[in-house]
Design a protein around this ligand. Sequence first.
Ligand code: HEC
Ligand code: HEC
Ligand code: HEC
Ligand code: HEC
Length: 180
Amino acid sequence: MKLIKYYIIVFLMVPASLIFAQSENSFVGAETCGMCHKSEKQGQQLSIWQKSAHAKAYATLKTAEADKIAKEKGFKTAAVETAECLVCHASGYNVDAKLLGKKFKVEDGVQCETCHGAGSAYKDMKIMKDEKLAVKNGLKVYEKVEELCVTCHNDKSPTFKKADFAELWKKIKHETPEKK
Ligand code: HEC
Ligand code: HEC
Ligand code: HEC
Ligand code: HEC
């Protein structure tokens, strides 16, 4: 009887733990994504991102200008220590350290995994080559680019400048060459 109960409990726990594991993917860092996304053939995503404002979004919070904005907003902490600023300027600052891979750097600001989802479960070649499988393993792709951008480029940003998303996208797009 005891054994049966045990099996029932285990049976009930399996699906829950699977769902849990999905949401617990860890961040591998832009450098890891860049291993396969830097060549000309792949589309040079790594260097395009490195040159973009997004790669500097965390550094921006360490400036005197940022601290001034945080103070004016009524925050008592430095901008770089304020969750209400980090929410759009970084990834990984608010997750368990267990979920941060060795190569992950919060200093990388708005990085690959900020937009595409934590990559530990989809970064392997076999999975990456199959878009459906990658998405099942946590990769985020977007039908309309704008639906992603507006999550940060909105009037909750203290320095918000209304912009045309097609123009913004031109500045950061990083497509694979066949699709250009
Ligand atoms: C082991 C090599 C490898 C690594 C590491 C890797 N990728 Fe990929 N990725 C690929 C390949 C191969 C493709 C599919 C072929 C293509 O479209 O270039 C791909 C496709 C993609 C796509 C396009 C999916 C689609 O079909 O629309 C995105 C987005 C992407 N990767 C993001 C990432 C991110 C973010 C990371 C880091 C967390 C990462 N990749 C790590 C090899 C890799
Ligand atoms: C600010 C958000 C953002 C960041 C940062 C970002 N991407 Fe993307 N990425 C997108 C969007 C939006 C698309 C286009 C829609 C899609 O394919 O999902 C895209 C498309 C891609 C594609 C598919 C290209 C194609 O032609 O199908 C790859 C591969 C990719 N990103 C890899 C990366 C890698 C690697 C990094 C980091 C070096 C990165 N991205 C950083 C938002 C981002
Ligand atoms: C996670 C939040 C976040 C998302 C999502 C995001 N951005 Fe940004 N973006 C920022 C931050 C923060 C800055 C300011 C970085 C800095 O200057 O330090 C920025 C700056 C930029 C800039 C440079 C400033 C400018 O006006 O020219 C461009 C271009 C840009 N983003 C394009 C995009 C596009 C296109 C998308 C959607 C595909 C997008 N961003 C999605 C947070 C985000
Ligand atoms: C809703 C998302 C969001 C939040 C919250 C946010 N930012 Fe930003 N931040 C952005 C974006 C997007 C940009 C790019 C320029 C723009 O359109 O505002 C940016 C740009 C900046 C810049 C560069 C200004 C410029 O004109 O180049 C500074 C400094 C800055 N933010 C500081 C802060 C501080 C300090 C906080 C917290 C009090 C904060 N941000 C909260 C999204 C955000």
